[in-house]
Design a protein around this ligand. Sequence first.
Ligand code: GLN
Length: 261
Amino acid sequence: MELTIGWLYPSLMSTYGDRGNVICLQQRSCWRRLEIKIVRLDLNSSARDFQDIDLFVGGGAQDRQQEIVMRDLKGEKAQIFRDKIESGTPGVFTCGSPQLLGHYYEPAYGERIEGLGIFDLVSKHPGKNSQRCIGNIAFRLTASPLAQMVQARTGEPPIVIGFENHGGRTYLGNVQPLGRVIVGNGNNQEDGYEGAFYGNAIATYAHGPLLPKNPFLADWLIETALELKYQKTVQLSPLQDNLAQKARKAMFKRLEVGNLA
Ligand code: GLN
């Protein structure tokens, strides 16, 4: 079996190390002997490139880069991207990416950047004198059916760890949050929600990068992409994740969420 991963605007949206998500998906797939193709969906990509994607990855960016991306992600490409997410193509979108997949993002300086409106959410930067939300984050995965599927497969309570670094605050409309914040700021420091989940697309403020720190999410994305592509149930063989588990335990301890995990 093979999978094509579409990496959204890597030359503009790689400020925060989210490339690690692409590497993690690639490596965990290779260990299962899956064929992986990575397509860089940069400024010169075509609608056809978007059409071939089985799993999308989008990383964080600075406000200026986000504006350039949105000037490019229009017309047929945007339509294909939207149709794919709406028909269940999985994806993981971090920080700057979800801001663009919502209705709009109001940056610290300059005009409002119109988004694609795929996720029913809006994001606003409260201004240059506001504090950025920076630091380790832990949240309980609550989005359905993702949380239930993860718990059934791993047996562990679905707690996600990561690192957030954002000025924008996100407010959800009619879309489920990805989780509830245990430690950190999450979407907006106010309502306790973190990220969003729509179709099979994960939106989050958690860099880290997210997937190597939470490998069960990587496996869920790979399985979901394969199931959609091949229209059959797929169960990936388990991997030795001892090191990742050790790192997770150390972070739980540091964030004092050990008693919850
Ligand atoms: N520029 C956006 C913000 O500061 C996104 C930052 C990011 O992707 N980490 O909110």
